[in-house]
Write a protein that binds this ligand. Structure first.
Ligand code: UTP
Length: 476
């Protein structure tokens, strides 16, 4: 493609055309003569949105080995463990009261990150739209919405819900909410905003195209939330609504206890800036980030960054030493986020090697069987480096963590459905109802309890007919 001819045709894009020529990425014009004028315009718009120097830097940095500067100084964090006796239960109860007061005052907003592409799942449409409830097949979004609705009703409050999407799934996500009348929520309390995007590159650092006029762009990771909250005016909107803290979670965890008052209570009681929920790792090699303390501050160390010794280290009683697996459920104070923004530093980017569908040299789309591309993502938990005070609260995995990541096997829609059924089964059993299980402890049969019927075990106990006979299928 001739630089001068291009600039002559589109003089407004002069600067951006120069940028792409200087970056040596002109192969994106390979099919210029095959595409229509609107497609040309779109491609130039895309080029204008890319900071090529920054992408080059990210690519060069991706070859540098992550050095764990922290070696030797890792210690397990202080954790609020699951209450075992009456006095610990009293402490949790006090925390609950603090959290419930904050909910009644309308100081809490929910932030759901739903901008990811869900490539491992490979489903059509955003993950939140996936039908998941065991009997009604309600979507993940609907389950979250009903939890918010039920909590609002319980505490006579309003809980604004912010949903982060990305350019690729924003329209379909918003349309899904509109078509479903916002699942009974007031549309004014639901706010969508998009995160930033970065190009994916091949192993030589070249941009990839997935059509003759489209550069492959990827959302910039859940850490993109921090920038987007500020840039899209969301923090301001929250402050205008009197919000003090954000309850952050990922869209794909179907067991999420949205705005858990106990967790909120501990965060407020300890004047924390950011708090984290953790579960015990199910095995040393489990691929979850581990919450640790380094030089007195909290960090999440990726499983890949733990040395072998650290991964298998044990306490005297035989339990794993670094055992606090993060489930990506956080509370973040608004004041803290404002302070982070004042510092003006960004979060670091991590390079992820992935399979990305793209055009080959002949303009044919290929769906690679092996990893062929690098995506750049920032992680929300890297903001922990600014946290002076944080609470780490342990919860039971089977009660609060079941993410949908893959189409089959571990962390799939099937395991998520079974985990929901098993949770409801435990609630019913504790209410005195007999529920059969198989040799693996899974409930035999189908159970679904709507958040609008009961949000938690105690609520179910107070509502359920104790003489109920489970016949293998129960929908409340
Ligand atoms: P994952 O890292 O599991 O990514 O995101 P994903 O997109 O869901 O799935 P894969 O890795 O492509 O298979 C965990 C959570 O963070 C959100 C996702 O939507 C999910 O809720 N996320 C991830 C974003 O909001 N933006 C991103 O850029 C990445």
């Amino acid at each position: 493609m001739n630089r001068k001819a291009l600039i002559k045709e589109y003089p407004d894009y002069n600067k951006y055309v120069d940028n792409i020529f200087e970056a040596g990425q002109t192969h994106v014009f390979k099919w210029w003569n095959d595409i229509s004028p609107p497609e040309k315009k779109r491609l130039l718009e895309q080029i204008a949105s890319i900071n090529f120097q920054f992408v080059r830097k990210l690519f060069n940095d991706s070859f540098k080995k992550t050095t764990q500067t922290t070696k030797g100084s890792l210690v397990p964090p202080q954790i609020i463990t699951i209450p075992k006796n009456t006095s610990e239960k009293d402490v949790a109860q006090k925390a609950r009261q603090i959290g419930e007061d904050a909910l009644r005052k309308g100081e809490i907003a929910v932030l759901t990150v739903a901008g990811g592409h869900g490539t491992r799942l490979g489903a059509d449409g955003p993950k939140g739209t996936l039908p998941i409830a065991p009997i009604s097949s309600k979507s993940i979004f609907q389950l979250h919405a009903e939890k918010i609705r039920a909590t609002q009703q319980k505490y006579q409050t309003c809980i604004p819900w912010y949903i982060m999407t990305s350019e690729t799934n924003d329209l379909v996500t918003q349309t899904f909410f509109q078509t479903n009348q916002f699942f009974g929520l007031d549309p004014r309390q639901v706010c969508f905003f998009t995160q930033g995007m970065l190009p994916a590159v091949d192993f030589q650092g070249n941009l990839l195209m997935d059509s003759k006029s489209n550069i492959v762009m990827s959302p910039n990771g859940h850490g993109g939330t921090i920038i987007a909250l500020k840039e899209k005016g969301i923090l301001e909107d929250m402050e205008r609504r009197g919000i003090k803290i954000i309850f952050y979670h990922q869209v794909d965890n179907v067991l999420i206890k949205i705005v858990d008052p106990v967790f909120i209570g501990y965060h407020l009681r300890d004047r924390a800036e950011m708090s984290l929920k953790v579960v015990k790792k199910c095995r040393p090699e489990e691929k979850v980030g581990v919450v640790v303390c380094i030089n007195g501050s909290l960090h999440i160390v990726e499983y890949s960054e733990l040395s072998r010794d650290e991964m298998y280290a044990r306490n005297e009683n035989g339990t794993l030493k670094y055992n606090a697996g993060s489930i990506a459920v956080h509370i973040i104070s608004i004041d803290f986020l404002e302070k982070v923004h004042q510092k003006g530093e960004g979060l670091p980017y991590h390079a992820a090697v992935k399979k990305v569908s793209c055009l080959d040299g002949n303009g044919n789309i290929i769906n690679p069987e092996k990893n062929n591309a690098i995506k750049f993502e920032s992680f929300i938990f890297d903001v922990l480096k600014y946290v002076k005070k944080g609470v780490v609260m342990e919860v039971l995995r089977e009660d609060e963590f079941s993410p949908v990541k893959n189409m089959e096997g571990e962390n799939s829609p099937a395991t998520a459905r079974q985990d929901l059924i098993n949770l409801f089964g435990r609630w019913l059993r504790s209410a005195g109802i007999s529920i059969p299980t198989d040799s693996q402890g899974n409930v035999v049969g189908l159970i679904e309890i709507s958040p609008c019927f009961a949000l938690e075990e105690e609520e179910l106990k107070s509502k359920i007919d104790k003489h109920l006979q489970f016949n293998g299928n129960l929908h409340l």
